[in-house]
Design a protein around this ligand. Structure first.
Ligand SMILES: *Cc1c(COP(=O)(O)O)cnc(C)c1O
Length: 466
């Protein structure tokens, strides 16, 4: 154990042992090890990497931030879409977290990962009857996205169902800097739009008539939204809970699910804003939220995983075009989809490494880092000043632990890359396979191989009949 008598630990991670070196040094060690073990090579030119210890530290930071509010009872769930990999979900389940899911596939992954149903929350704007039936049978919490969904739940639920049932509202506090990530705009597709004429009254009436509805849910937005904007949306939701309880004259609403959406700093290694900053913003906007009258649920995704992962990709060739140096790598839109299509909203930092996986230093030059996809915009970093890259080198794309390699895009029939986890102290890192790379057999199978004759035979039959 550390002697912590003179300097109090800043987090439980600090209390467990010497602080790990800065992320970039740790990631450099992981990349060098992956190259040494042949996991990144000419034959395996692309992989995702996740820091299992770092994920644990992020969970501790989240817990500590909310634990600073002694009255609050909080269930922290992880938004499965941010890293839909069973080993990641199992690690988080093992840390005591819950899981937020938004599709039958994510629900299946959460169950396989071992989350108890009482710690699973189902959100999604288009739940089918079959999905609702399964969720209610399992006893997972469900947040209805609309009045239409409330009617379906009413039809399907049995009186003793253990599912906690809530309604998602859209506080309509406005959007952030990325339209596609802003869920609380006036015309957002999510939740019941609270400021529309008559909507608030309709919500209160809906709760008055249904004693089984006990929770409100809001998820204001993700990357690009300020803490103040997110906190304002949660404060609006809190005020609605207070209003409903006052009108009904009873503590009907017992829980508020405040969603996720903490933005991530993509420009350096610092975690900024921290979970503690968000708790401060929430406390300022809605002090009563933490006084113990409401069970709180959180649903963070990107802020828990982004900084704990990176993409490693081999430089296959370099070339010059119009005076610009281009490094052609295997990391493109199939693995960094948002960055390629919206480079200003999702810029990624790039690290340059030699063929042995050692950080490159020396002469820098302006280079584009391009991917393998067959369209001109497939560039993951534009005009970056980096040490000169050569064929056989590797690049690292940082802050990609959430949403990047865990949810690839199948453009050009490019296979899903392998994902590895790493853990351990400096000089003693170990790697483990989290998901194998997709094989070409699998690519063919997913492209209809079993039905290869379907269209040819169909035409032949149709012609025979006519
Ligand atoms: C995507 C999503 C989250 C997680 O968002 P992050 O920005 O990754 O924290 C949480 N709740 C809901 C309903 C979501 O759709």
């Amino acid at each position: 154990m550390n002697d912590t008598s003179s300097t109090p630990p800043q987090s439980s991670a600090a209390a467990q042992g010497p602080l790990r070196p800065a992320r970039s040094a740790r990631f450099a060690e992981a990349l060098r090890l992956a190259v040494a073990e042949g996991l990144l090579s000419e034959q395996r030119p692309l992989a995702g990497f996740l820091d299992a210890d770092g994920i644990r530290d992020s969970v501790d930071a989240l817990r500590d931030a909310f634990a600073a509010e002694p009255g609050a009872r909080v269930l922290h769930t992880f938004a499965a879409k941010a890293a839909s990999l069973v080993p990641v979900l199992r690690l988080l389940a093992d840390c005591g977290m819950g899981c937020e899911v938004a599709s039958p596939g994510e629900l299946r992954l959460a169950v396989e990962a071992g989350f108890p149903p009482a710690r699973i929350v189902l959100d999604s704007p288009a739940k089918t009857r079959a999905e609702l039936r399964l969720a209610l049978a399992l006893g997972v919490a469900v947040n209805a996205d609309s009045f239409g969904e409330i009617r379906r739940i009413e039809e399907l639920r049995s009186p003793g169902s253990p599912s906690v049932l809530g309604l998602r509202v859209n506080p309509q506090v406005g959007g952030g800097s990325i339209g596609a990530m802003s869920t609380a705009t006036a015309t957002s597709k999510f939740g019941v739009a609270l400021r529309d004429p008559g909507a608030r009254e309709h919500v209160v009436q809906t709760f008055a008539e249904r004693p089984w509805l006990t929770r409100l849910h809001a998820h204001v937005g993700s990357q690009g939204c300020s803490l103040e904007l997110i906190a304002a949306g949660i404060a609006e939701t809190y005020r609605l809970a207070e209003e409903i309880n006052e009108v009904l004259g009873t503590r009907r609403i017992t829980g508020i699910d405040i969603g996720g959406g903490l933005p991530v700093n993509f420009s350096d290694d610092e975690v900024r804003p921290a979970f503690a900053d968000y708790v401060t913003a929430l406390r300022a906007a809605a002090p009563g939220l933490f006084d113990g009258r409401y069970d709180l649920v959180t649903e963070f995704g990107r802020s828990l995983l982004a900084k704990n992962g990176f993409i490693g990709a081999r430089v296959e060739y370099t070339k010059e075009a119009g005076g610009r140096r281009i490094a052609l790598t295997h990391a493109g839109a199939q693995i960094a989809t948002r960055t390629v299509f919206m480079p200003d909203a999702w810029p990624l930092r790039v690290g340059a490494f030699d063929g042995q996986g050692r950080p490159r230093s020396g002469r820098t030059m302006v280079q584009d880092i391009a991917g393998p996809c067959c369209f001109a915009g497939d560039i993951v970093a534009h005009a970056r000043e980096l040490p000169e890259l050569h064929e056989g080198d590797f690049v690292a794309l940082y802050d990609t632990g959430a949403y990047y390699f865990s949810t690839p895009w199948a453009y050009n029939s490019l296979p899903r890359p392998a994902v590895y986890g790493f853990a351990g102290g400096t000089g003693a890192l170990r790697l483990a396979l989290v998901r194998e790379a997709q094989s070409l057999d699998s690519v063919a199978a997913e492209s209809g191989l079993r039905h290869a004759d379907a269209l040819r035979d169909l035409r032949a039959q149709a012609q025979g009949l006519s």
